[in-house]
Design a protein around this ligand. Sequence first.
Ligand SMILES: [Fe+2]
Ligand SMILES: [Fe+2]
Length: 303
Amino acid sequence: MDPSLRTTYRSLAAGRLDHGHVAWRLFQKAKRLGTWDPAAFDLAQDAADWRALSDAERDLLRHLTSLFVAGEEAVTLDLLPLLETMAHEGRLEEEIYLTSFLWEEAKHVEFFDRFLHEVAGADDDLHAYHGASYRTLFGLELPRAMDRLRTDRSPGAQAEASVCYNMVVEGVLAETGYHAWYTVLRKRNIMPGTLEGIEHVQRDEARHIRYGVFLLSRLIAEHGEPVWQTVQRRMMELLPTAVGVFTEALTELEQRHGRIPFDLDPEDIAGFAMTQFQKRMARLEKARSQALGTLLHEDPDIP
Ligand SMILES: [Fe+2]
Ligand SMILES: [Fe+2]
């Protein structure tokens, strides 16, 4: 390495690391709240509860888990170019936070993988559970948006990556998925270890979404209207695919079993997804009028 390539260090320069930076504060939260161990949950009761379910109910949970575990795998595999982008731009606070972000996604894979092994006892191939919308979102849109950052780190490319990853996959899909899990598990009061694990996953994801809100807000504040137009356009373009993931899954389950197991209500699920979408849009709309200095140091607990 050319010794003149790096001549200055944030940690040495006057001002040093910004401890009030929202990403730095998210990292502090991640160290306190994100260090839970997916291997530590006791799933014995969950396995017993599984055995008491009907075939149709097991099929729904296998279906739901197949969406989650592959989604966690995809976001683990696809995050790195965003981390590299922040490193490339010297955004040290953001890169430091993203190290915890990637580690958490890896743990989420472990958690749902444990469920498949130890609760569902599934060792068969589950790819058939993925419908057209799922394959489009996770097989095409997400990897394309993230991989593009390797050659194009423009504000527009960063915005498109974050919209797909943080706003749509995490902010709409995952949030709606937790709602489905909670509806099933709490209604029956079953699988306490799984429920506890999902609560931990969701808490990590809230920080991930918060980072996405920050990143998009920063890009809008720094680069103005063209980035906002890109954000709005990509949100609208990806919405039907995001909602389609759930409508396709529930339609398929209904066709296979004559009714949807656990009486999950498609309107409730689609409505929940739309509400999440509207919340994300409203939050980003608010960012349009925020000054850069304000949002850089905004409270990370403000969703
Ligand atoms: Fe995750
Ligand atoms: Fe995440």
